[in-house]
Design a protein around this ligand. Structure first.
Ligand code: ADP
Ligand code: MG
Length: 314
């Protein structure tokens, strides 16, 4: 366990979490471990905080992709985390680290992307920091808010709940990973008619992100592959990748759709469509002992083996 590749992305986060210990303070509702941190400074309101880094060569390719799209993505990956808690984004800090040889033209266009995405969500950029480095990297921290009774964590799923996902899944590498729209409008619409028991955004692959919900909620899940809304890009990609479209839908990262659980009692209140975005039931929450399994359908109980769950940075 000497190197980061042995520790792994989630292992690193766990080690940081251990060093910090559990924060016992009445204002901290959620520290490390969810899509956002949640602190409560006002009585019925929760302040949400989240941060994401994009590094050249790892999270984007400055020589291949448009800087304006990379700038938008830096904002939108954070907006997606605020949406996943049920909130609305408000304030941002932008940190940039650039090689001194970077062209201003590139930086200017990147900043235009950042500003455009901020404007779309009426987010105020109130500060940040600049440094130099070997590779371009940008990080954005975003603060937002949500009323206390509408803040959705990863840990509330209950046995018997249904599992839903917005949009279509898989093959985001063909374009959606840069051009996606964070589901802010959609989450507002959903929360106006019912309250999900748990929610996360799909950033590292459906099965992996579902794993965060099941682990924190101490439940298992049965997913039905015939019910999964597979994107056209997943089909296109499968022709080159030798994987099935459904595997792409279940394991590809960066779909930035919402994955949530809800009691079957509120089923009639869950829309099938929000604007053009489908909301699809893909399975159900089961006992923790059963773990996460994929079946073709509720009546076909042959387990489908999936080799990899999702994305890990190391
Ligand atoms: P997401 O994919 O939703 O952005 P991550 O997997 O990046 O979530 O992070 C999971 C949790 O770990 C979050 O609560 C996040 O704040 C926390 N986390 C990630 N990196 C660090 C870090 N370097 N220090 C402290 N907490 C971290
Ligand atoms: Mg997230």
């Amino acid at each position: 366990m000497n190197r980061m590749k042995d520790v792994g992305e989630f292992g690193l986060i766990e080690r940081i979490q251990k060093k910090i210990g559990v924060i016992r303070h009445s204002t901290v509702l959620k520290g490390i471990g969810d899509d956002c941190a949640a602190v409560s400074l006002k009585k019925n309101e929760v302040q949400l905080m989240t941060s994401d880094i994009l590094v050249d060569g790892v999270d984007f390719l400055s020589k291949k992709q448009k800087p304006i799209e990379i700038g938008k993505k830096l904002v939108n990956v954070n907006v997606s985390d605020i949406a996943a808690m049920g909130g609305v984004p408000q304030y941002a800090l932008l940190n940039l680290s650039l090689p001194s040889a970077t062209q201003w033209k590139w930086v200017n266009s990147f900043l235009d992307g950042v500003v455009k995405a901020l404007k779309e969500q009426s987010i105020m950029l109130v500060g940040g920091d600049v440094s130099s480095s070997k590779e371009i990297s940008g990080s954005l921290s975003l603060m937002g808010n949500v009323s206390k009774n509408k803040c959705i964590y990863r840990n509330g799923a209950k046995k018997g709940d249904l599992i839903f996902v917005t949009g279509l899944l898989g093959g985001s590498i063909l374009g959606k990973h840069l051009t996606f729209s964070p589901r802010i409008k959609e989450v507002k619409k959903l929360l106006s008619s019912f309250t999900p028991t748990a929610m996360i955004d799909v950033s590292d692959g459906l099965l992996q992100d579902l794993g965060h919900i099941t682990k924190q909620s101490r439940v298992g899940a049965a997913i039905f592959s015939d019910w999964i809304p597979v994107s056209k890009d997943a089909v296109t990609l499968s022709k080159k990748s030798r994987k099935k479209p459904i595997e792409h839908a279940l394991t590809d990262g960066e779909d930035f759709e919402l994955l949530f659980t809800a009691s079957p009692k509120v089923l009639s209140k869950i829309p099938n469509l929000i604007g053009k975005i489908p909301v699809t039931c893909i399975g159900e929450v089961v006992d923790v002992k059963k773990g996460i399994n994929v079946f073709p359908s509720p009546v076909d109980t042959r387990k489908i083996k999936i080799s990899k769950k999702g994305y890990n940075h190391f």
